[in-house]
Design a protein around this ligand. Structure first.
Ligand code: AMP
Ligand code: GLY
Length: 431
């Protein structure tokens, strides 16, 4: 057996949302970590970490913080720094990083690249055509029945997928992308793919580019409103672990996870991080909707607290290219997202909220898009400062307990500027 690495003592989390607050919180609970830093972090994250108000796009300034604060491990939360090459820059400067290379991150940052990878790897995924004009889109659509799925190639913060009920809707979406250029260069080419009916699961694995370890399965709720109605969002709430049939699990492991990781290795990608596989479970079996090359938001908020172990140890090993076996607590977790009114299009900023003063290990708030109040002076005075504002997290012996705990703390937040779904986890409870 190879010797294990030194566990990090000074860790830096890049990002500023609820996922990053969850990472900070998990790392603070490590037995070896002495200091947790965030860049840029937020007012809420500053409750748990030392925040550096620096733009990550300034790579040299990031490296400056790393050197000054003796950072020995960096965890990158969001996808945009990966696409910009931050992980490669840090590795080239001998910094230990949990993240894929920019090249590997194309599995998320280009839907066309990603689809080609899936096809080469032989993983099940919806049939597709690459299109870049309205005429090509309408011609390709002749191969499919509605609804049509049109996906902008580039990163679009969750706004790049159009599910179109009719040819007329599809034509409008294609015009928006290719002629009005509503997503700029991210929408200059796109995938038209076959619609897959079913239910969705988020399957995240840690990978070192040649092998993987599964994280517990989670189920996100992507639509804004109860009963999966309303517009698509970044995610309105999540529960874990999800129980699925053993035969289905075995099929996902062999046909999706193993094939994906084997192909990562074949392509020789530098990947020491999280491969997040968005799956549709269709009547015919699992179908990959997308890869993300980072932790999910809000999946991370329910996965991290259930590890029976120390995330600093897991991440330190991973950054060195090694995977350790993960054990999980026999508990469940739920996260209810409190979003600002107007989300996802025009969330209200600067609206007042009063937060509960008390939290506990089994019911607490994470900060996503919040800021300290500009007018109130109590420690409980905050304001909205983004789309997804707060994450109410509950942990319990059963999923029911976890969900109840999450809603209890969510309901203690006083504000008339927030919206939340009331049915997070209901599908799981009802089996
Ligand atoms: P993606 O970013 O590719 O995961 O797509 C965003 C959301 O659109 C997914 O979470 C699904 O709800 C939906 N979606 C994407 N692709 C398909 C498809 N081929 N069939 C049905 N729904 C899809
Ligand atoms: N919750 C979905 C995502 O992080 O992309």
């Amino acid at each position: 057996m190879s010797a294990s690495v030194d566990v990090a003592k000074h860790v830096l989390v890049i990002g500023q949302g609820g996922r990053e607050h969850a990472l900070v919180r998990a790392l603070r609970q490590s037995a070896t970590v002495q200091a947790v830093h965030a860049l840029p972090g937020s007012d809420g994250i500053a409750l748990d970490a030392k925040c550096h108000n620096i733009d990550w796009k300034n790579f040299d300034a990031v490296l400056g913080v790393i050197r000054e604060s003796s950072i020995d491990l960096v965890v990158i939360g969001p996808e945009i720094p990966l696409e910009a090459g931050l992980s490669d820059f840090l590795r080239a400067n001998n910094v230990q990083v949990v993240a894929p290379s920019r090249e590997a991150a194309r599995l998320e940052s280009s839907k066309i690249f990603s689809k080609e990878f899936m096809v080469e790897a032989g993983v099940p995924t919806a049939r597709h055509f690459v299109v870049s004009t309205v005429a090509e889109t309408l011609k390709a659509a002749k191969n499919f029945a509605p609804p049509f799925v049109l996906k902008a190639d580039g990163l679009a913060a969750g706004k790049g997928v159009f599910i179109c009920k009719s040819e007329a809707d599809l034509e409008k979406a294609a015009r928006d992308l290719f002629e009005s250029k509503i997503l700029g260069s991210a929408g200059s080419s796109a995938l038209l793919e076959e619609f897959s009916p079913g239910y969705e699961i988020s399957y995240l694995v840690l990978t070192n580019g040649s092998d993987s370890r599964p994280l517990i399965l989670a189920q996100d709720h992507k639509r804004l409103l109860d009963n999966d109605e309303g517009p698509n969002t970044g995610g309105m709430g999540v529960v874990a672990p999800i129980e699925i049939d053993a035969a289905l699990r075995a099929r996902i492991d062999s046909d999706v996870v193993e094939r994906s990781v084997r192909h990562l290795q074949k392509r020789g990608f530098m990947f020491r991080g999280v491969l997040f596989i968005g799956l549709m479970i269709t009547p015919e079996g699992p179908s990959v909707l997308e890869y993300n090359t980072r932790f999910g938001d809000p999946e991370t908020q329910v996965i991290l607290p259930l590890l029976d172990g120390d995330w600093a140890v897991v991440f330190s090993e991973l950054a060195a290219g090694r995977l350790i076996d993960l054990k999980w607590k026999p508990l469940s977790a739920a996260c209810v997202v409190l979003a600002a009114k107007g989300y996802p299009d025009t969330p209200v900023k600067g609206a007042a909220m009063t937060l509960p003063g008390e939290a506990s290990a089994s019911r607490y708030l994470l900060h996503a898009g919040s800021a300290r109040s500009a007018t109130g002076h109590r420690s409980t005075d905050w304001q909205t400062n983004g789309g997804r504002v707060l994450n109410a997290v509950g942990i319990g012996a059963s999923l029911r307990e976890a969900i109840d705990a999450a809603y209890e703390i969510a309901n203690e937040v006083k504000s008339d500027a927030l919206v939340l779904r009331s049915d997070i986890g209901r599908r799981q409870l009802e089996g």
